[in-house]
Design a protein around this ligand. Structure first.
Ligand code: ZN
Ligand code: ZN
Length: 159
């Protein structure tokens, strides 16, 4: 896992404040563990898996369990504070809530961010659905990443 961090600590602080507000609004206690797990995802740009988050949080809190990390990530995703991305066999989490799409490699499971203006996607959706307001678009492209293409070409992976 690469440890790319958010460029702005101010942005991270705003996210943490919002996280605490949301927890209180839903009657959830803001525990140190919950806060640390959220902070780990919110400050990462590498779409960490539950295991990745566990490895980071455990460095600071030796008593945290992988099960707690799983459950906390699931509730944070349900609260729309983080996003679930990736494939069913390896779920990953995204702390970057700016509108963007993902490219997911079907071979290695790596998740890449694709930033472009998704506003034009909103219009047909808003018109097609009378159920309510669209707040989030989950757009995923699947394929073979460049590294895996190279691996296949050089014959290091057999299919
Ligand atoms: Zn790949
Ligand atoms: Zn992303």
């Amino acid at each position: 896992m690469t440890t790319a961090t958010l460029t702005s600590t101010k942005e991270l602080q705003q996210r943490l404040d919002f996280f605490e507000q949301e927890c209180r609004r839903r009657g959830l206690r803001v525990t140190e563990q919950r806060r640390e797990i959220f902070k780990t995802v919110a400050s990462s740009h590498s779409h960490p898996s539950a295991e990745d988050v566990f490895a980071v949080v455990r460095e600071k809190m030796s008593n945290v369990s992988l099960d707690t990390v799983y459950r906390t990530l699931a509730s944070l995703a349900d609260m729309e504070l983080i996003l679930r991305v990736g494939t069913a066999y390896k779920e990953r989490f995204d702390g970057d809530l700016r509108p963007h799409a993902h490219f997911i490699c079907s071979d290695c499971g790596e998740v890449y961010d694709i930033f472009y203006n998704l506003d034009h996607m909103m219009l047909p959706l808003q018109e097609a659905f009378s159920c309510g307001d669209v707040r989030q678009i989950n757009l995923q492209y699947k394929g073979l990443c460049k590294q895996c293409q190279e691996k296949r070409k050089s014959g290091t992976v057999s299919f």
